[in-house]
Design a binder for this molecule. Structure first.
Ligand SMILES: NC(=O)c1ccc[n+]([C@@H]2O[C@H](COP(=O)([O-])OP(=O)(O)OC[C@H]3O[C@@H](n4cnc5c(N)ncnc54)[C@H](O)[C@@H]3O)[C@@H](O)[C@H]2O)c1
Ligand SMILES: [Zn+2]
Ligand SMILES: [Zn+2]
Length: 369
C-alpha cells in the first residue's frame, strides 16, 4: 500500500515527507495506523549524526496508533486494538526480559540496524530503496509495520494523542528518577536539562518523595514549566546551581543528579559530580555523541566521596509494566500528560517541529495524524 512518511536521506538534511510503499506485515509483525507521534530529541541526533544510523531512515520512535492488520503468528492483537510502541522491543523471553530489565532486551541489538527483526529486510520502500526505521518503529509516518515485540496494548479509552509520549519521553524521564536514580523520600534531586525527558524526571522525583528538586536549564520558559511540574528551585546553569544547591543544602549537595540535556557533554560530568552529595549518584540519560570518547571528571572525588555515575536506557523501566502503570497514575491525576504537549503539528510540519525544539519553544511537540 501507499502511505506517507518523513525520511532522512542523509546526515545534515531536513526530513523529507513523501509517499512510500509499505508491504504487508510478515510473521510476527503488525500494521499500525498512527494516531500521534512525539518529537523526541533522539531523532535530532540522527540528523546531526550523533547517533550513527544507516540512511535512509524513517524517523520517530514515540508513537501510538490502531492495529489494522496482523501477520501470521500474532495471536494477541487484532485489528482495532490500540497500541503504544515501546522504543525498545521486549521479547519477554531473553535473560534481560526474564529478569525484569525489558529495557535491555536482547532484541535491542537490532535497534540501530532499523530493519525488521524477523528477517532483516524492509517493509518500507521509496524510489526503489529500502528504508530503515528509527528504533524499529518509524513513527513519523501515517502507517508503519513493526514487530509485535514493540507493541504494548492499551485500553481503547486511552487518549493516544498524549499517551504516545509514554513510548519514550515520559517513561524515560520518570524511570530515570524512580529506577535509575532510585530517589527515596526526603532526598534532594537535581535535573539538568528540562525538555521532554527532564520534565518527566521531575515528575518521577516528586512522586518518589523528593524533598527539594533543582531544575537546571538556560531557558526561562523551561524553568517556569519545571516549577509547574514540581521543581522547588531553578538555576540557569550547572555553575549557578553549584552555589545555589550548596547554600540550600548547607553544603551536603544533591543526593541524585539526572542528566537530560539535549546533547550529553563529557565536559559537564565533572560539574554534575560537583553538585552531587557524598554517596550520591549521577544518572546519565541524555545521549552523548557516539564519536565522543572522553569524559572529564575527578576520579579522586569519585572514590573519596563514594559517588556513582550510571547510565540509563528507557529509564531502566519495563515497558510492559510501566506504561500501564503510568497510564493509571495519569487516569487518577497523579501524572501530567496533557500539560507536556506544548504544540501539535501535521506530518508535513515535522521540520518546523524540530526547529521549535532546537529553539526550546516546546516541552514536547507532537505530530497528530
Ligand atoms: N537514555 C534514553 O533512553 C533516552 C531516551 C530518550 C531521549 N534521550 C536523550 O535525552 C536527551 C534529552 O531529550 P529531550 O527530548 O528531553 O530533549 P529536549 O531538546 O526536549 O530538551 C533538552 C533541554 O536541555 C536543555 N539544555 C541544553 N544544554 C543545557 C545545559 N548545558 N545545561 C542545562 N540544560 C541544557 C535545553 O535548553 C532543553 O530544554 C537527548 O539527548 C535525548 O536523545 C535518552
Ligand atoms: Zn525518545
Ligand atoms: Zn527480551
Amino acid at each position: 500500500m501507499k502511505t506517507r512518511a518523513a525520511i532522512l536521506w542523509e546526515v545534515g538534511k531536513d526530513w523529507s515527507v513523501e509517499e512510500i510503499d509499505l508491504d504487508p506485515p510478515k510473521a510476527g509483525e503488525v500494521l499500525v495506523k498512527l494516531v500521534a507521534s512525539g518529537l523526541c530529541h533522539s531523532d535530532e541526533h540522527l540528523v546531526t549524526g550523533d547517533i550513527p544510523a544507516p540512511m535512509p531512515v524513517i524517523g520517530g520512535h514515540e508513537g501510538a496508533g490502531v492495529v489494522e492488520e496482523v501477520g501470521p503468528g500474532v495471536d494477541w492483537l487484532v485489528p482495532g486494538d490500540h497500541v503504544i510502541f515501546g522504543f525498545i522491543p521486549a521479547c519477554g523471553r531473553c535473560p534481560s526480559c526474564a529478569s525484569g530489565h525489558e529495557n535491555l532486551c536482547d532484541l535491542g541489538m537490532y535497534l540501530l540496524e532499523g530493519k525488521q527483526i524477523s528477517d532483516h529486510t524492509s517493509r518500507h520502500h521509496a524510489h526503489d530503496t529500502d528504508l530503515g526505521l528509527m528504533c524499529l518503529l518509524g513513527t513519523f509516518a501515517e502507517r508503519s509495520v513493526v514487530n509485535e515485540a514493540s507493541c504494548i496494548k492499551v485500553e481503547p479509552d486511552v487518549p493516544l494523542g498524549v499517551a504516545c509520549l509514554l513510548g519514550c519521553g515520559v517513561v524515560t524521564g520518570w524511570g530515570s528518577a524512580v529506577y535509575a536514580a532510585d530517589v527515596t523520600p526526603g532526598e534532594d534531586v537535581a535535573v539538568v536539562g528540562i525538555g521532554g525527558i527532564g520534565i518527566n524526571a521531575i515528575q518521577g522525583a516528586k512522586l518518589a518523595g523528593a524533598h527539594r528538586i533543582f531544575a537546571i536549564d538556560p531557558l526561562p520558559f523551561k524553568r517556569e514549566k519545571a516549577m509547574e511540574f514540581g521543581a522547588t528551585h531553578t538555576a540557569s546553569s550547572l555553575e549557578e546551581a553549584l552555589a545555589q544547591i550548596g547554600e540550600v543544602t548547607l553544603g551536603r549537595m544533591a543526593n541524585k543528579v539526572i542528566m537530560t540535556m539535549g546533547l550529553g557533554d563529557g565536559n559537564a560530568i565533572a560539574a554534575a559530580l560537583a553538585i552531587t552529595a557524598k554517596r550520591g549518584r549521577v544518572v546519565v540519560t541524555n545521549i552523548h555523541s557516539a564519536a565522543e570518547t572522553q569524559v572529564a571528571m575527578s576520579a579522586f572525588e569519585l572514590t573519596l566521596l563514594e559517588k556513582q555515575v550510571v547510565g540509563s536506557l528507557f529509564g531502566s523501566a519495563n515497558p510492559r509494566v510501566d506504561i500501564p502503570r503510568l497510564l493509571g497514575l495519569y487516569a487518577d491525576g497523579q501524572l501530567k500528560l496533557d500539560e507536556l504537549v506544548t504544540r501539535t503539528y501535521r506530518l508535513d510540519e515535522v521540520n518546523h517541529g524540530y526547529e521549535d525544539m532546537r529553539e526550546g519553544r516546546n516541552l514536547r511537540g507532537v505530530i497528530n495524524f
